[in-house]
Design a binder for this molecule. Structure first.
Ligand SMILES: [Fe+2]
Length: 294
């Protein structure tokens, strides 16, 4: 089973063509897919398979799958998958922006940035898209690092940032999207201790340097006065979020997007609360600790 690929119309990523998953994926194909993933950061698969089994088979090409720690988020009958939907009501914050109650909005972040070992990657399969909204974006944090000036690279090379688990968008210190909370804040999340990560990660598989400024969770830079810390974080976020590093995906049903969680941040635009969206997700386990508990 061979495939070809072409660049996405953006500064990052590729679309796989000619792949069809209707059984086990050959080892050579799996290796080629993993090589492509590490090379381009995000990969779009269109219409390669329409079942949870196809998503699982594809996901296993990129590493060991990690189940959600909370059983209630696992997909019934498929514990390796997470079901993300508002069809039974909201399970996350709902905010009103410009008069529209919006569900599922998650600003730019690296998954599990508030732990010492972020996952290596993840895949999303769109089962039921919404008529409006619902885009997902990715940004290339390796390209963002490459383009920094030599003075900035020197300044940040040994700095560490502090990350906290964020239970609500209102907690964000940087790039807070504002809005008016429509449902009450949830209080049943587990607690996580603050962690410190290098501002510059070295990718464990490719060796590339990566600018690590997950906007959802970042709090401060260790050892810098508050004003200086805040200014540097905002400067690095503004640099990283330039459109030239981004790809914004407008979903079709049965699209699958794969990303490298070490080399990208992603964001969800959210969608009107009165529209139903159904997404399946798998998570590729991270094997290398990138930070430390403070
Ligand atoms: Fe995420």
């Amino acid at each position: 089973m061979a495939f070809t690929h072409r660049p996405l119309n953006a500064g990052i990523g590729a679309e796989v063509l000619g792949l069809r998953i209707d059984g086990p994926i050959a080892e050579k194909t799996a290796q080629d897919l993993k090589t492509l993933w590490l090379d381009v950061g995000i990969v779009l698969f269109r219409g390669v398979g329409t079942s949870p089994e196809a998503l699982i088979e594809l996901s296993k090409c990129f590493g060991e799958l990690e189940q959600h720690p909370l059983e209630k988020f696992r997909m019934p009958g498929y514990p390796d998958l997470i079901l993300l939907t508002n069809q039974n009501g909201p399970v996350g914050p709902v905010y009103e922006y410009d008069g529209v109650s919006t569900y599922g909005r998650i600003p730019w972040h690296t998954d599990l940035a508030f732990t010492t070992t972020p996952n290596a990657g993840a895949l999303l399969r769109m089962v039921q898209k919404t008529a409006t909204g619902g885009q997902t974006g990715w940004v290339d944090t390796a390209a963002a690092y490459d383009d920094l000036g030599p003075e900035t690279k020197y300044r940040i090379q040994h700095l560490e940032a502090c990350y906290h688990f964020t239970t609500d968008l209102a907690d964000m210190r940087f790039n807070n999207p504002g809005g008016k909370r429509v449902v009450t804040r949830r209080t049943d999340y587990p607690s996580y201790p603050p962690v410190a990560h290098p501002l510059v990660w070295t990718h464990p598989d490719t060796g590339r340097k990566i600018l690590n400024v997950s906007t959802l969770n970042i709090q401060s830079i260790l050892g810098l006065p508050g004003v200086e810390s805040d200014a540097l974080i905002q400067q690095l976020i503004d640099h990283t979020l330039q459109p030239k590093y981004q790809y914004i995906h407008n979903w079709e049903n049965n699209d699958i997007m794969l990303w490298d969680n070490r080399r990208t941040m992603h964001s969800a635009s959210g969608h009107p609360m009165d529209q139903i969206r159904i997404v399946q997700r798998s998570t590729i386990r991270g094997s290398v600790s990138m930070g430390r508990i403070i």
